[in-house]
Design a protein around this ligand. Sequence first.
Ligand code: PBG
Length: 325
Amino acid sequence: MNSNGFKRHRRLRRTESLRALVRETKVTKDDLIYPIFVVEGEGIKKEVASMPGVFHISLDYLTEEMKGLEAKGIRSVIVFGVPHEKDSQGSQAYCEHGIVQEAIRKIKKDIPALTVIADTCLCQYTDHGHCGLVENGEVLNDPSLELLVKTAISQAEAGADIIAPSNMMDGFVAAIREGLDEAGYSQIPIMSYAVKYASAFYGPFRDAAHSSPQFGDRRAYQMDPANRLEAMREAESDIEEGADFLIVKPALSYMDIMREVKDRFNAPLVAYNVSGEYSMIKAAAMNGWVNEQEIVMEKLTSMKRAGADLIITYFAKDVADWLNE
Ligand code: PBG
């Protein structure tokens, strides 16, 4: 307290170097995980309409694209496959030569130092667009687990460094852990989409991954945005089942959940800065309404302040460029 009866907080804000001394949170390149969408075919590098700056790429462009990431200092990618063929069982998800398996193999062969995370779900691969098997309009839990286990094993076989199951079936972490262990992949960690809300913020992703449900919605397996305690129950069971990382998704509207998960569980916490969060900023920036760099850095810094250790973000390349400047 000074003689006027108030505190001088501004003392620590006077110059940029002073501010840097007391800065509590920093975003670094090691925090970033970049999502990529791989498609079948050749010579394809096509921008996703609702996600400016995000591309569908075919395998022949993959190495060049990954070398570009590596040059910027990004060391982790999460791979989403967009197959031509879909069926009721999502069989391209666990096919030895499926698009995602081929992509993982290629990246690990050409750029072995890159950490490759495989998204483990069925929705891009099923003709009904749901994340599990469907019977009489319902998404079945236990029979879906078998296919998810097969998918995870095929991804590990292809060389995935981390398995990231995003399907929200009950027991998926336990089932996949057991499956991986039995197949000889006990060293491969699981990055669980532990807390995944049924969110309108996934809209542009479904455009990118061609994974919109053909009937109904995902509310019978993804979480209700209104719930906080349920998120803690989800995170708790995933930890018990053997998850090595916990994801909270989406990020922006769920910072309170991130903080609480971080405070309660001793696992690296991942924020998924989802497609809708990306596209909204892009749209506003393209209209000149916001400063993209400042707003993105503020947003990612807030996620880390809320407890995230890592951030999956479509902005990763831009952020790396800005950090490199
Ligand atoms: C697959 C999956 C989704 C996302 C990641 N994995 C879509 C969904 O659940 O509908 C969304 C990612 C994003 O919006 O960026 N289940």
